[in-house]
Design a protein around this ligand. Structure first.
Ligand code: TGC
Ligand code: FAD
Length: 396
């Protein structure tokens, strides 16, 4: 006998019911991070963005540590050991508030902690990871240089041996949390190829300068790291690191967080536009009733749901150990572009109000300029996908 009952209408806030595929544990993580983000971060983020800084990065680190999101996908050493999808959901809920706040968590957990976790000695892991997971120590990750961005293999920062010590010279640029970090993971060229070094803040010759006048990712601290004859003991090198593949493997972890985070920023913009369109009246009726506005909302809801499905698919592949770095490139490329389209459309739906910090849309829109640039630009990921499908590298 056929069932003539109508299926339930799509939920405008989860049109393809992507979240119904989550496990109970994953839903619990989503709800805990969403509640925290909406209660503790959302009411303040416009002020932080306007001020162009995070006024209390140590308090924020501690709060993230208490929430359990710092290095939450890493095993042992006080880390959460969660699945990839659960970690992605945390990134999605944080970036629904602001890309800078997701960045804080990505850089700590997926870059600085992941580098120590993957390549560090037992002593390095024991010294740094528990404190970083608790938010008692802040880490940063120095790969980019003033003249070496998309092509990190061209870095000029050098580490040379002097007796049993290492001596580092060079400059790193655009380093998230650099000037508030307790520890920097710094990548440098050596006679043995590129290697990672654990540099505690306060080491003589190491200094950090905050970058000002940013128009994007303003609720985030961005810095230059200067290394002038920084002398480190032999055990400062990450013993498992060797070659450019080492930092690139950390980038995969952070790029994966962006796949989810961008879906969160897109969702936040779409939801703001939907709410605004339903309440804002012109020509005697809500602007949501105009066909051109509905087209914008339809395009947005498609992008938001495509992004959500892409994130979940890559997350499931990752939890099964089947996510190749080109899958992650696909997700970063697709989801950041989708979020940029949604943010721009959402801003237009808001009219003049859309250019203010009273509404989240333009803040997300300008943040996404950074998100499209860091962790591999749109062009770099397009070329990685191109290489994956053609077998031909366009880089060299
Ligand atoms: P190439 O010769 O292709 O590769 C060198 C070695 O690395 C391997 N490899 C990877 N391994 C793991 N994960 C990946 N994603 C990898 N991509 C490549 C590769 O197989 C090779 O291994 P082996 O054993 O043969 O030596 O290197 P290339 O110099 O031609 O460059 C390739 C390219 C352009 C894709 C790479 O350099 C790149 O990804 N450039 C973008 C740089 C970037 O993303 N920088 C981000 C800095 S950190 C940051 O932005 C933090 S933002 C804050 C936040 O996250 O919120
Ligand atoms: P470039 O590499 O100079 O690129 C300029 C333009 O040329 C881009 O459009 C690019 O796509 C294009 N291009 C380059 N090569 C090619 C090519 N082969 N084919 C086609 N087009 C190409 N880095 C860190 O190490 N740690 C951090 O914590 C960190 N945080 C950041 C925070 C912020 C707010 C920002 C803005 C950046 C951060 N970065 C960080 C740096 C970031 O990873 C780099 O900006 C990024 O990798 C791009 O490098 P670039 O800015 O030097 O641009």
């Amino acid at each position: 006998m056929s069932d003539h009952r109508k299926p339930p209408a799509p939920d405008p806030h989860d049109f393809l019911a992507v979240d119904s595929d989550l496990s109970d544990t994953e839903r619990d993580v989503r709800d805990a991070v969403r509640t925290f983000a909406r209660r503790e971060l959302l009411p303040n983020v416009a002020d932080w963005f306007e001020a162009g800084t995070l006024p209390d990065p140590r308090g924020l680190a501690k709060a993230f540590g208490d929430l359990g999101v710092l290095g939450m996908h890493l095993e042992g050493y006080g880390c959460g050991g969660s699945g990839a999808v659960a970690y992605g959901l945390a990134c999605r809920e944080l970036e629904a508030v602001d890309s800078g706040l997701r960045s804080f968590v990505s850089v700590q957990g997926s870059l600085a902690m992941a580098a120590i976790h993957k390549f560090g000695s037992e002593e390095q892991k024991g010294e740094w990871l528990p404190r970083m997971a608790a938010g008692e120590a802040i880490g940063c990750f120095g790969l980019t240089e003033p003249d070496s961005g998309s092509d990190p293999g061209s870095m000029r920062t050098r580490a040379r041996r002097d007796g049993s010590d290492w001596v580092l010279d060079g400059t790193k640029m655009w380093i998230t949390n650099g000037s508030v970090a307790d520890v920097a993971v710094v990548w440098a060229a050596t006679d043995e190829g590129i290697r990672g070094f654990v540099v505690p803040a306060g080491t003589p010759g190491f200094s950090a300068n905050t970058v000002h006048k940013k128009l994007s990712l303003r609720a985030s601290i961005t810095s230059e790291l200067v290394l002038e004859g920084v002398r480190l003991p032999a055990d400062a090198v990450l013993p498992g690191s060797r070659g450019l593949g080492s930092p690139l493997s950390c980038l995969n972890e952070a790029r994966y967080g962006i796949v989810w985070g961008a879906a969160g920023a897109a969702r936040a913009c779409y939801e703001a536009a939907l709410e605004y369109a339903l309440s804002r009246e012109q020509f005697g009726r809500p602007i949501a009733g105009f066909q051109l506005t509905q087209r914008k909302l339809a395009d947005m809801v498609v992008d938001v749901n495509h992004a959500g499905m892409t994130a979940l698919r890559i997350g499931r592949l990752k939890d099964e150990g089947r996510a190749h770095h080109n899958h992650v490139s696909f997700g970063k490329f697709a989801n950041v572009a989708a979020a940029q389209r949604v943010a721009a459309a959402a801003r237009s739906v808001h009219g003049a109000n859309g250019i203010t910090l009273e509404y989240p849309v333009m803040r997300h829109m300008v943040n996404l300029e950074t998100v499209a640039t860091y962790e591999g630009t749109e062009e770099i990921h397009a070329l990685s996908i191109g290489q994956a499908v053609t077998g031909v590298s366009a880089f060299r």
